[in-house]
Write a protein that binds this ligand. Structure first.
Ligand code: PAF
Length: 282
């Protein structure tokens, strides 16, 4: 595995691979890698000749300075995992390398970016669009891989791809869970043992709500999830919304979308912000 820290070397390496006719798969990450990331890398490994993984805690997508400061950074352990997963290039740049000057681009991401995470974290999705578009320009991947835990992020990235005219495939990959159901996240390491013990209630409640939804309204289902989780020690639901999976707009009735509605949740467990989602398949 080659570790590259400069944009110039990254562009050289990927341009050479393209010239040889290699297909490139890109897995953008912010490090603190877990089995969820590894599953994206394994899929990229199967579907491409060259796998590039970026490890970069992107400051422009953090609207909360404390969250940026406390975001786990584990470069050595990350490199060992990348090497073991058969990655060809690990791109680990500094902030100055990516942003030699401030990125002032404002993306017109439209309604998909206005609700949920977009409403709660102003500027977050614009920052995601900034970094992901830069990575796409640098690497020119044939395919890029994203986890469905950040369900809305994938819709936003698809919109950015359309706006910028990138020619690549966005591949969404299923959520990886711990044995007890907790969605894998780099933030899970910040949970205290007591918080970690109750955190699986999120997925458990979402799963139960799929049964509940069969004979209740959307509003009743939202209340059931919110009330159940708010009663759990340490937990406070920031939002729970059931949305159309393409537009990300909340539905009022189950019949409002022909597609499978998705429930998207953000819960504070102590001061750790956890997100998850569930599909309301019949
Ligand atoms: O999902 C993430 O980890 C980040 O938002 C991403 C896509 C790597 C951009 O920094």
């Amino acid at each position: 595995m080659e570790i590259i820290r400069t944009v110039k070397e990254l562009k050289q390496a990927t341009a050479q691979a393209k010239a040889r006719g290699s297909k490139i798969g890109l897995v953008p990450t912010m490090g603190a890698l877990h089995a969820g990331h590894v599953s994206l890398i394994e899929r990229a490994r199967r579907e491409n000749d060259i796998v590039v993984v970026s490890v970069f805690v992107n400051p422009t997508q953090f609207n909360n300075p404390t969250d940026l400061q406390t975001y786990p950074r584990t470069e050595e352990a990350d490199c060992a995992k990348l090497e073991a997963a058969g990655v060809d290039i690990a791109f680990i740049p500094s902030v100055e390398e990516i942003y030699p000057e401030p990125d002032t681009r404002v993306f017109d991401l439209g309604p998909v970016a206005e609700v949920m995470e977009g409403a709660m974290r102003p500027g977050h999705f614009n920052g995601v669009a900034q970094i992901v578009s830069k990575l796409f320009e640098m690497v020119s991947p044939d395919r890029a891989y994203f986890g469905e835990k950040d369900f809305q992020q994938i819709a936003v990235i698809r919109k950015m791809v359309e706006l910028c005219g990138f020619n690549l495939e966005i591949i969404d990959c299923p959520i990886k869970r711990e044995d007890d159901g907790l969605a894998m996240s780099s933030r899970n390491v910040r949970l205290t043992p007591e918080q970690r013990a109750v955190a699986p209630m999120i997925h458990k409640t979402l799963k139960e709500s799929v049964e509940f939804a069969k004979n209740h309204t959307v509003a009743q289902t939202i209340d059931m999830v919110t009330d159940t989780l708010n009663k759990v020690e340490f937990m406070e639901v920031e939002y729970y919304m059931i949305v159309d999976p393409l537009t990300m707009q909340p539905i009022e009735n189950w019949s409002d979308t022909r597609l499978t509605p998705v429930g998207c949740i953000t819960v504070y467990c102590g001061d750790v912000r956890l997100i998850d989602n569930i599909k309301y398949t019949n």
